[in-house]
Write a protein that binds this ligand. Structure first.
Ligand code: SAH
Length: 560
């Protein structure tokens, strides 16, 4: 099973920071969130405690709040969900003297509380009955075990507490080490098995992740066929998919087909040097294309070969954190390596603690893409950081272009994703109203990657078509005349009174948005951090009492 996000600790004042630092050292990858203005030396700064905690909870992130239990309870009350899926939530006293698991009994809160309490040299305040009586949490087995029938666990525990005897079939050191009084012929039964058998209120079934599926020839089948092959053979052998720890692939193989299998089966992929991995395993079934192996104990996928590399090209939005999607935030937090233009990496420095940052100059997009692909091919979780939307005049196409033209087989196995963002034109439009409310287009005025004749022909074509236009890259130190040339073309088609929006440094310090007319547009109006919106013939102003104007383009084009 793929893992839950790494826990975070959250503090509201500087007093709690040392305790928080001490406890997160016991949790690999955990980050420290601190209230902006009240805390320093934290990994992520936030401004609104309630919104931040609720968002983390919704994203399934385990939360350790260094604050009163009541604060966390009140904050989360309105968003509490299913106990089977909610993340662990723990309150820790600011001085580290108390560790109180609040939510997530089924999803591991007690285990997390024990880890934290051990780091702080205190005893956790565990309140789960089964945990106290039997020193284990049956609904939440340790890593490597999967409970097949969670719907029966409550009644099962109640029976145990009432004194019923229980027998254990199969091997599970954590159950043997617990205080459950096992007897050979119990009235209740716990079965630990890789076989697919039915659970019931009188029988709990745990599947150990001790199977490994090795695929020899990934290109033999499509993703759908592989899914079919794997599930059919497991079923035939009466084995359950829940017992599969990972899918192994020879490192040398360019298994394009395989990338989707990991997601579909919710299983990690591990790349191994051919033939180096079988020694500790027993053969369960095979075919020229695949093999199923079984281990005596559960298999930790991390101990086998190398991970499937991941590369996500993200767009952080035009500037401020409020315009960054939760998906992008999560992706950046989970990354091992960040790749991007220095300025964009600076914009996410609140999220980049503990990661390798590979900053480069602007204009080396293809080199940057190659570096990102190579890092991902070596098993890293890489994020390429773009501003705005990554697919709009940005890094997503650069990465795909390199992937397409260089065709390095090692890159085929990378799990490649693009995570969208708010583009500068959307933020600019929203700041003044809805100037892009009808048909519009976006044009980059840069003639570095395409000749000016092409740019000029496009401006004339879309001006004639009466589209509203968003101009990106309007001007730079090396390109000073293009904006004036663009205006000269536009003015042949559009009235000098056409509304024009100049939006500079959106979401960043120095944000400035002005509404002018096409006639007033001069090169000095813009710089490389400005996006310019040109209205269509239908774009209108609505004067406001404070002297400002709203701008919009009606959705209907009048009568026709
Ligand atoms: N991917 C980005 C665009 C990158 S091209 C996006 O979707 O927004 C760079 C151009 O985008 C700049 O020259 C400018 O025209 C525009 N731009 C990017 N960020 C901006 C911001 N915060 N404010 C105004 N314009 C911005």
């Amino acid at each position: 099973m793929l893992a839950r996000p790494t826990p975070i600790a959250i503090v509201l004042n500087q007093l709690s920071v040392p305790t928080a630092r001490k406890l997160i050292t016991s949790i690999p990858g955990a980050q420290l969130y601190g209230l902006a203005g009240r805390t320093t030396d934290v990994d992520v700064s936030f401004t609104n405690f309630g919104d931040t905690v609720r968002q983390l909870y919704r994203e399934g992130v385990p939360i350790i709040g260094l604050c009163a239990a009541g604060i966390l309870i009140r904050t989360l009350a309105s968003v509490l969900t299913d106990t089977k899926t909610e993340p662990p939530v723990i309150a820790v006293a600011a001085d580290g003297s108390a560790v109180v698991p609040l939510l997530g009994g089924i999803t591991g809160v007690n285990e997390l509380a024990e880890t934290i309490a051990a780091a702080l040299h205190v005893r956790p305040a565990i309140t789960t009955t089964g945990k106290i009586q039997f020193n284990t949490v049956l609904p939440n087995p340790p890593a490597g075990y999967y409970l097949a029938n969670p719907e029966h666990v409550k009644a099962f525990i109640a029976d145990l507490i009432a004194g019923m005897s229980v027998s254990l079939e199969g091997a599970a050191p954590w159950l043997v080490a617990s205080d459950i009084p096992f007897s050979t012929d119990g009235e209740r039964q716990i079965v630990v098995t890789t076989r697919s058998i039915a659970g019931s209120p009188t029988r709990l079934v745990y599947h150990p992740t001790s199977l490994v599926v090795a695929i020899e020839q990934p290109d033999q089948f499509t993703v759908t066929e592989w899914l079919e092959v794997i599930t059919t053979h497991l079923t035939t052998a009466n084995l359950t998919i829940e017992s599969v720890a990972c899918i192994m692939l020879p490192k040398s193989i360019a298994g394009a087909a395989i990338a989707g299998i990991s997601q579909h089966l919710n299983l990690p992929i591990r790349f191994v040097e051919s033939n180096h991995w079988q020694s500790a395993l027993t053969l369960v079934g095979s075919d020229p294309n695949w093999t199923i192996w079984s281990a005596i104990e559960t298999v930790d996928p991390h101990s086998i070969g190398q991970a499937q590399g991941k590369l996500t090209v993200v767009g952080t939005g035009p500037g401020s954190a409020q315009w960054m999607s939760p998906q992008v935030r999560q992706t950046i937090l989970a990354a091992t390596d960040l790749v991007g233009y220095h300025t964009y990496l600076d914009l996410v420095k609140d999220l980049s603690g503990g990661k390798e940052c590979h900053g480069s100059d602007n204009r080396v997009e293809l080199d940057r893409s190659r570096l990102a692909l190579d890092l991902a091919a070596s098993g890293k979780n890489v994020v390429v950081v773009s501003s705005g939307d990554p697919g709009i005049f940005a890094m997503a196409s650069a990465v795909l272009e390199v992937l397409d033209t260089a065709a390095n087989p090692a890159w085929q196995t990378i799990d490649l994703q693009i995570a969208p963002g708010i583009s500068a034109m959307q933020a600019a439009a929203a700041s003044v109203g809805a100037p892009l409310g009808h048909d519009f287009c976006a044009i980059s005025l840069s003639d570095i990657l395409k000749p000016w004749e092409v740019v000029a022909a496009r401006i004339a074509a879309v001006a004639a078509a009466d589209l509203a236009i968003a101009f990106y890259n309007p001007i730079s130190s090396q390109r000073s005349w293009q904006l004036a040339a663009a205006k000269e073309i536009l003015i042949k088609f559009r009235s000098a009174t056409t509304p024009v929006i100049l939006a500079r440094n959106l979401g960043r310090s120095g944000q400035e948005v002005r509404v002018i007319t096409l006639g007033e547009l001069v090169p000095e109006s813009a710089d490389m951090r400005t996006v310019i919106l040109i209205g269509s013939s239908q774009t209108k102003l609505i004067p406001r009492a404070d002297g400002s104007n709203l701008v919009y383009t009606p959705r209907s084009y009048g009568k026709w």
